[in-house]
Design a binder for this molecule. Structure first.
Ligand SMILES: [Zn+2]
Length: 135
């Protein structure tokens, strides 16, 4: 794992664990992945904002959300590009781009280039990495 920048929000792992509970901790702090079609935000189509489940930073908006069929909440773009951090991830024998919250360095998901918009970007994000704030 690379740590080339210092996140604004830093806590020790015991504090994260206490705050997040075991399931969200595994995904947000240990780069876990929730099973597809298991997340509570997959079928949320209301207007609102998707914020980091660990620090509350705004990450995505409902305008960018689309149904990719993958089983995970999918977005064409981040609300502000500087609020997400992209890292090379060569785990599991493949090359992917990991997406993290730029403010607390928590794992969100991965980004792929097979999205529907002009940019072709598909952010594939765990429900458990996000909280939804209705507008
Ligand atoms: Zn965060």
């Amino acid at each position: 794992m690379k740590h080339d920048v210092t996140p604004e929000i830093q806590k020790d792992e015991a504090a994260w664990k206490a705050q997040l509970g075991p399931e969200r901790y595994r995904i947000l702090r240990e780069a876990g992945t929730e099973p597809p079609f298991s997340g509570n935000l997959l079928n949320v189509h209301d207007d609102g904002t998707f914020v980091c489940g660990a620090c509350g930073q705004t990450l995505f908006t409902s305008d960018a959300k689309f149904d990719s069929g993958s089983g995970w909440p999918s977005f064409t773009h981040a609300e502000q590009q500087h609020n997400v951090r992209l890292l090379d991830d060569d785990s599991h024998g493949m090359h992917r781009i990991e997406v993290r919250c730029a403010h607390c360095d928590s794992h969100l998901g991965h980004v792929f280039d097979d999205g529907p918009g002009p940019s072709g970007t598909r952010y594939c994000i765990n429900s458990r990495s996000l909280d939804f704030v209705p507008r």
